[in-house]
Design a protein around this ligand. Sequence first.
Ligand SMILES: [Fe+2]
Length: 186
Amino acid sequence: MTTTPVAAAGPTTERLRDLVARTREIVDRGLPPEPTARLVGERLAPHLGAPDLLTPAQCEGDPDHYRQHVLHAEPDGGFSVVAIVWLPGQRTPIHDHVAWCAAGVHQGEEHERRYQLVPDGTSARLLATGDVVNGPGEVAALAPPGDIHSVRNGGTGTALSLHVYGADITRLGTSVRRIYRLPADR
Ligand SMILES: [Fe+2]
């Protein structure tokens, strides 16, 4: 996701440093995007929900839109780690990504709708292919192409998720390849 601006990484925790080291071990294997995302997701899962994963500042939301806290950006650009804080009702537009992503829910629920781009006469439209609700500890792995989705906090409390992207999104400014403004199933 990450359709709002991103800033440089701030202070981190011991547990996050451990997650970064385990992620680096996977990314440095140089596997294709899909297995990389899946294996990084497996390393991410045990840390989700741990009270010492994030600093209090990294759990703060924004009343205007979902908020991103960049937790780590690998110096060689191989990956970056972002915490996203969603207040109830906050959502992304329909989008896809510049790189693979492993996303895990740290707190609350993320409601995801996946789409497929289908021809529609001389244009195209977005067909909803599935709805997924991920709760605490659950991980989703995505790799382009075919990673078009929208995400929202459909719960009543604050939701918090960790995202590992296969790119340095502080250099790119975003993890989003494209925002889709086509007719879509809502
Ligand atoms: Fe996304």
